[in-house]
Design a protein around this ligand. Structure first.
Ligand SMILES: Cc1ncc(COP(=O)(O)O)c(C=O)c1O
Length: 436
């Protein structure tokens, strides 16, 4: 048994990487420390810090992309607002799996959801000079706050843990009543906590978006991965829930990265409602002379940043979306392994005295999926993260996600079959060092 690793070895790695306070380490710093310690000691780490897909990219996508490259698309600029076939399939996919009607013109292939949020924040923040602040329903994906900082935009955020259900309305209104919120963003299912805002909560958000004229950015990075329900049959309920049922002031982000394991090709769809696409805003007219939300998004901002999304990857996504809507490609079947892993991992953590932090969607237990959150009695998130490293276990502290709860986010994507036994042994040793 070569764990726990001696504290000196871990400290040496932390010092060499110039990390001032490991309990506040970022994902990349945790990765770097684990890699160094792994190399130094030969101890295999159970790595749960990174949210990287960890599965093979969907083959039909890869094949379509290779064909597109062989047909010469690499040398040709993609159409700015997207490959017509992809726009059409994105619109159809949204109808098939969310039951929303969005015209193909509003479905824009972008360089990952990351670029989609960046451009959405940017344009939303230019619509009305009084609305200069982004509201994050946290916990969330930390890089999106970084995007707000890069853009020089103000932001507000709150941890939704204590504001689920009926309590959400008052909390949101306390921000919206200030009149300065340009847009609201959340992910559903949630990164890091994997809860899902339900129909009632989305209705509240939609109604408030109408009342306070704010744009909702719904980040569907983990599209339809609420495995409690079978959302895999196209054009048939149940569907992926969406705020789009309750307001026209919305923009969806559908990423190729997780549902199709296509993260490396940086491809996603930003889909804005028809009404938002065609809406004129005084701030946009003043800045650009003319233009609607959609035309500014595409012809000014997108053009000015990357002038389109990678050409061959658009063929891949078009093929995957079409096959999914045709009922010929069950993309959720490929990724439900994450849920199976979460179920086993959670059980092991619970058997060793850990608790799930974000455990419920109101009265229903959250799904098993890509991420889950754990805490150990008497330890803060930062302390727990540091205490697990000697046992060859890595995850990130919830602090970095805007959560006000203590605990860790664990990601299931890199877990290998033999590691359940390892986790069991290591947490047994951890319990001996830190008895409850
Ligand atoms: C909530 C959320 N949004 C967006 C992204 C990034 O998506 P993309 O790879 O399409 O840029 C991630 C990736 O981890 C995420 O967790």
């Amino acid at each position: 048994m070569n764990f726990p690793v001696k504290q000196e070895i871990i400290q040496q790695a932390i010092d060499e990487l110039h990390i001032a306070d490991f309990s506040k380490a970022t994902i990349r710093e945790v990765v770097a420390v684990a890699t160094k310690v792994e190399k130094e000691t030969g101890l295999e780490f159970i790595r749960m810090e990174m949210g990287v897909p960890g599965l093979d990219a969907a083959k039909i996508g890869v094949d379509a992309q290779i064909d597109a490259l062989n047909n010469g698309v690499a040398s040709i600029y993609p159409v700015l607002d997207g490959l017509p076939a992809l726009k059409k399939e994105a619109s159809r996919f949204i109808k098939a799996f969310i039951d929303l009607d969005i015209s193909s013109e509003g479905c824009v292939p972008v360089v990952g959801s990351m670029q989609g949020t960046f451009m959405s924040f940017l344009v939303a923040g230019q619509c009305d000079e009084k609305k200069d602040t982004i509201l994050f329903i946290d916990p969330g994906f930390p890089v999106q706050k970084q995007q707000a900082v890069v853009l020089g935009y103000k932001y507000e955020s709150f941890d939704v843990y204590n504001y689920r259900g009926d309590k959400l309305k008052e909390k949101l209104e306390s921000y919206l009543a200030e009149g300065n919120i340009s847009c609201i963003i959340y992910s559903n299912p949630n990164n890091p906590a994997w809860f899902c805002l339900n129909e009632h909560e989305l209705q509240t958000i939609g109604q408030l978006a109408n009342r306070y004229d704010t744009i909702i950015i719904e980040d569907l990075a983990y599209f339809a991965m609420d495995f409690r329900r079978d959302l895999s049959t196209p054009f048939q309920a149940p569907f992926q829930v969406s705020v789009g049922k309750y307001t026209d002031n919305y923009l969806l982000l559908i990423s190729g990265s997780k549902a199709f394991s296509y993260a490396g090709e940086r491809i996603a769809i930003a889909a804005m409602s028809d009404k938002l696409y065609h809406r004129h805003y005084p701030g946009l007219t003043q800045r650009y002379g003319s233009g609607t939300f959609g035309s500014v998004f595409i012809h000014r901002v997108f053009y000015g940043i990357t002038a389109g999304a990678p050409h061959a990857a658009q063929y891949a996504l078009a093929t995957m979306l079409k096959a999914a809507s045709d009922g010929k490609f069950d993309f959720l079947n490929d990724v439900k392994v994450y849920g199976a892993r979460a179920c086993k991992l959670k059980e092991i953590f619970l058997n060793h005295g850990f608790r799930i932090v974000y455990e419920y969607d109101l009265d229903e237990k959250i799904a098993d999926g890509f991420y889950f959150t754990v805490v150990y009695p008497g330890m803060t998130g930062g302390e727990l993260m540091a205490a697990l490293v000697p046992y060859g276990i890595t995850a990130i502290s919830l602090d970095t996600t805007g959560s006000k709860q203590q605990g860790l986010r664990a990601c299931t994507s890199f877990i290998k079959n033999h590691q359940y036994d390892l986790l069991n042994q290591r947490l047994t040793a951890f319990n001996r060092t830190y008895p409850i």
